[in-house]
Structure formats: C-alpha cells, structure tokens
Design a binder for this molecule. Structure first.
Ligand code: LLP
Length: 405
C-alpha cells in the first residue's frame, strides 16, 4: 500500500477506482502482502522446518485459504465448518490440525472420517469421546494434548489463553496423567504436545517461558513426542511504533529445543499471516460537527469490524486521497450502528474531510470479516482480492433476502 501523487494505491491499483466498482464497505486483500508474510514467516523459522498450519479462525475466505494452501501451509481449524472450508480450499487433510475446547462427538467423527493429521484434545472427557469415535470407526486417531502452561502472554487480557484462569488446555499434572493413559490405549496415537498462550504477542519472553513449561512435561513424562505444536500468537504492528517480536531469539530457543528433544514443530499462526494484508474500504456518509468533536460517520460499522468495540483495538484510519489542510480538532470515526461503542478511532487532528470521501481502515485481514455480524440487519461486506494487478471479487455482499429467509 502506498500513496502516489497523494492517491492511495494497493498493489498499484487506485483505491478510489476499486471503491467505484465494488462499493463500500468492502474488505480488500493484497495477495503480495500475504505471500510476503508467508515467506517471512518461513524464513524466520527456516532452521526449524516446521509444519505451518494457518489458523482459519483469523480468515476463512475460501479463495484466501486456497492461496495460503498453494503457498504451502496447512490449516488449524476449530469447528466442522472451518474443517470443511480448509478441505474445500484443497488443503491436504494430512496438514490439518483440529483445536478447541468444545469439539462435539459429531465433529470428532467427521474429522476422523476425513483422516486429518491431528486432533489437539483439551480435556479428559474429550479424549474419552475420541476413544468412542475410534472404536466406532475402527481407526486409531492421532491426537495431541494441549498444555495450559500458566504463562502470561503479556497481551490484551481478552486474548490471553495460557493462564490457569483461562478455559484452554490442561495443567501439567493433568497432562502427565493423560499421557500415561494414552500410552496404553489401542485407540489413540499420542503424537503431539500442544500449547498456545494467546494472540498479538510482541514480547518473546512469554514464549521462552512457555517452552520451559513444555520441556518440564517432556522431562517428567519421559515420553517421546513426534511433534510439539507451539500454537500461534505472533503479533503485528498495528501502530507504527509497535516494537517487533524478536523472532530471532524465539527461533534460536526452539532450535535448541528440537535438538535436545528430537521432535518436530507445528505452528498455528493466523494474524501474522493475513493481518496486514487486509483493508476495510469505507465512505464518509456524513460529518457531524459539534463544539468539541467532528463525528466522521462512515458506512462501515462495528458489525463489519468488531475489534475496536471488543478489545479497544487500534487500527489506522487513512484517507484515500491525502490533502495538505489539517484541522486541529478531535475527530471520532464512527459507524452507523446504534451503539456508542460503534467507534473505530478518536484522533486529535485530521486532514480536512468532506462527505463522500473514501476512508480506509488498515490491518483488518485477521479477525476482521470473520467476526462480523448482521447486527442492525446490515449486510455482509464484499470481499475482494488484488493479485497480479487484477481485482477479483472473492465473496459477494450478502442479500437481505437471504438474511430474512
Ligand atoms: N491456535 C490456537 C489454538 C488459537 O486459539 C489461536 C487464536 C491461534 C492458533 C491463532 O493465533 P494468532 O496467530 O492469530 O494470534 N479475535 C481476537 C484474536 C483471538 C485469537 C484466538 N485464538 C482478535 O481480534 O484479536
């Protein structure tokens, strides 16, 4: 993304032109950015040679999943729906892992029938359900056990998953108990120990603590795991001044770890793969000026992008055309939804804006469209992909007819 003659372009395509053709609100993805992120991710861990399973929860668009699959990644899914999406996108079942605390009998049966690579179990009851399924299908099921290492990921409280107050995984004594149980089961092949401590992590230190917790389990259980699934969580730079995650330190530690334990690594990244390749294109409907605040009312709402309302998340909001004149007054960029939290950002000054101007909300490729809803009976936004200087519609805008049926 860059400005040429003050006009915003994504991969050399003029954003205003895209908006003219596809309307607003529209999610727009850049293929080059996606590809770049995947190459960088692989490169950051090239001494480890991991199996990289894209966390489909971050973005489940089939066309995007297809591109991700073609670039060599597998998938991490958390529901029957996501599993079907990954298979539809031609991601090979032997690169699919199934995570989540509440997989149903039917979901486990379906996953087993599709012969996916791994089911990461998160409770004793789930393991019992897996055994039940294996007895019915007469096929041994590959599983992982998810450890809750009680490590603070030092991220937004709502997206922390590795503390013992979080519902995810099992504490170390339960993990050891279940390893011993699985060792003796004819129906289960315990392949993996998995862990995931949270999302949008920018400090490598929690990851190092997590690795230590995993090491303790290996030492205590004396079990040879073929795989260790270290989850995802790598943070991205929503603000220009965010410090970057120290991939170097993390990968060095993992390298030592795999040498010592003779095991292979799985990652489940979502945000770091797709986050900064997505933009939400929107248009100013009205500008309402009050004494202290200019309310810039755009045609995307919290139903299209929940992250600011849910987590007070920061997303850059930029104009499609840059102008010189600056207005030194508070600007609140808000949507049309009838909720006070339907606000994207509040800034102390902004360039002079007019009704009808186009505005772009950045870094919304992960947990953007997937978290959207039809609240206020608003329709699903379009999704488009820019690839090789061409623009493809990759999901149609929803229709009222379908919603009301
Ligand atoms: N693996 C597991 C087991 C997970 O629970 C998650 C994310 C991931 C992998 C991928 O994490 P990532 O690399 O994307 O950080 N809606 C929130 C994020 C929730 C993340 C949930 N789990 C947000 O918008 O920030």
């Amino acid at each position: 993304m860059n400005y040429k003659k003050n006009k915003l372009h994504i991969e050399n395509i003029l954003v205003d032109r895209v908006i003219k053709k596809f309307g607003t609100p529209t999610y727009c993805y850049s293929y080059n950015q996606l590809k770049d992120n995947i190459l960088k991710f692989k490169n950051n861990f090239n001494n480890i040679n991991p199996l990289i399973c894209f966390a489909v929860k971050a973005n489940n668009n089939i066309k995007i999943l297809k591109e991700i699959g073609k670039l060599g990644l597998g998938a991490d899914v958390v529901s029957r729906g996501e599993l079907i999406a990954a298979l539809d996108a031609k991601i090979s079942p032997n690169k699919i892992v199934f995570s989540g605390v509440g997989k149903t009998y039917e979901e486990i049966l379906f996953a087993s029938q599709k012969k996916i690579f791994l089911i990461n179990a998160e409770s004793q009851s789930e393991i019992k359900t897996i055994v039940k399924v294996a007895k019915i299908t007469k096929r041994r099921i590959n599983i992982g056990i998810r450890l809750n290492p009680d490590v603070d990921a030092e991220t937004i409280k709502e997206i922390t998953t590795g503390k013992n107050s979080n519902k995810f995984g099992l504490n170390s004594s339960e993990v050891i108990k279940l390893i011993n149980y699985c060792k003796t089961s004819k129906f289960i092949n315990l392949k993996c120990l998995s862990v995931h401590i949270g999302s949008q992590i920018l400090n490598h230190k929690p990851y190092l603590k997590m690795l230590k917790a995993v090491q303790k389990i290996i030492d205590k259980s004396n079990y040879q795991f073929e795989y260790i699934d270290l989850g995802g969580g790598m943070g991205i730079n929503y603000r220009d001044n965010n410090k970057e995650l120290n991939y170097n330190r993390y990968s060095l530690e993992i390298h030592k770890f795999i040498k010592k334990n003779n095991t292979k690594i799985i990652f489940e990244p979502g945000r770091s793969i797709i986050g900064n390749s997505g933009y939400l294109l929107t248009k100013i409907i009205y500008i309402k000026k009050t004494g202290k605040i200019n309310f810039v009312i755009v045609d995307a709402g919290m139903n299209d992008l929940m992250r600011p309302a849910l987590y007070k998340a920061y997303h850059k909001v930029i104009p499609s055309r840059k102008t010189k004149r600056k207005i030194f007054k508070r600007h609140d960029f808000v949507g049309p939804v009838c909720e006070t939290t339907d606000k994207f950002i509040s800034l102390n000054s902004y360039q002079k804006l007019n009704e009808g101007d186009n505005i772009v909300i950045c870094d919304v490729g992960a947990y953007g469209k997937v978290l959207s809803s039809n609240y206020n009976l608003r329709l699903d936004a379009n999704e488009i992909l820019i690839k090789n200087s061409k623009v493809f519609r990759i999901r149609k805008k929803g229709t009222l007819q379908a919603l009301l049926r």
